[in-house]
Design a protein around this ligand. Structure first.
Ligand SMILES: Nc1ncnc2c1ncn2[C@@H]1O[C@H](COP(=O)(O)OP(=O)(O)OP(=O)(O)O)[C@@H](O)[C@H]1O
Ligand SMILES: [Mg+2]
Length: 239
């Protein structure tokens, strides 16, 4: 099967004063096309550190990472940004929209960055926004949008390049439960259409809808279960 992600023994250490924090310790993980993976685990267990490395926002100190069969470790920063632009959509808990730009301008950013010469950029971005329920909010600035609408705009921005991989780090962390449910349903729908998704979450409801749940602890993958096994709740939360 085609691996979108293949990591072998990833390690990431941070030095804080005299101590070395092993934020990631020997993490080996493969993700195949069409997978829907939920990453869970207590605070400080290394979930964001892992996502940042998978999203090419950070680099591992040791171990290897192949993204779509290309080795990431040997790439310089310029190649890495272009890889990120083309292959990865990243959704953050805090949306990370540029405040001075409208929702549409935010969604257009990755296309502009890619110097995507194809015509119809605006059409493509607005179609996507329409699909995500933002049809009448395209010219609003982020502070004129609700939390759910901001996250939808951020998701549209993440998807506008049609990347093979969508990463989301606690995408519903700042949203109320109804809005979280809507964003969750959107992820399920995208995955049904074939989108490969990794999502960090503390919410069982998201995890339940994924295919695989990876539980992290102290920088390691402590265990993994697949939906078919129907193992989930309490065991995954034992803090
Ligand atoms: N830039 C950094 N400098 C020093 N230590 C860091 C840095 N980033 C992360 N850490 C440490 O690495 C460990 C893993 O952090 P990480 O942010 O990956 O956890 P997390 O699982 O995402 O937690 P949360 O659920 O709270 O978001 C923590 O002990 C954290 O303090
Ligand atoms: Mg985190």
């Amino acid at each position: 099967m085609f691996h979108v992600i293949a990591t072998d023994s990833l390690c990431r250490r941070f030095q804080v004063g005299d101590t070395i924090v092993r934020a990631l310790d020997d993490v080996s993980l493969t993700v195949t096309q069409g997978d829907f993976v939920a990453v869970m685990g207590p605070s400080g267990s290394g979930k964001s550190t892992l996502m940042n490395i998978l999203g090419c926002l950070d680099r591992a100190d040791d171990g290897s990472y192949r993204l779509l069969d290309q080795s990431v470790a040997s790439m310089d920063d310029v190649s890495l940004s272009s890889l990120r632009n083309r292959y990865i959509g990243f959704v953050f808990q805090g949306f990370h929209l540029l405040p001075r730009l409208t929702a549409l301008e935010n969604v257009l950013l990755p296309l502009r960055f890619a110097k995507d010469a194809r015509t119809g950029q605006v059409q493509r971005a607005s179609d996507l926004m329409g699909r995500l329920g933002l049809g009448d909010r395209m010219h609003h600035r982020p502070n004129q949008l609700s939390g759910g609408q901001r996250q939808r705009a951020a998701i549209a921005r993440a998807l506008v390049m049609e990347p093979p991989l969508l990463l989301a780090d606690e995408p519903t962390g700042n949203l109320d439960s109804r809005t979280s449910g809507e964003i969750m349903d959107l992820f399920v729908e995208l995955n049904d259409e074939g989108q490969t998704i990794l999502v960090v979450t503390h919410e069982d409801e998201i995890a339940m809808k994924s295919h695989r749940v990876i539980l992290m602890r102290d920088g390691r993958i402590e265990r993994e279960s697949s939906r078919r096994e129907r193992v989930l709740p309490e065991a995954m939360h034992a803090n």
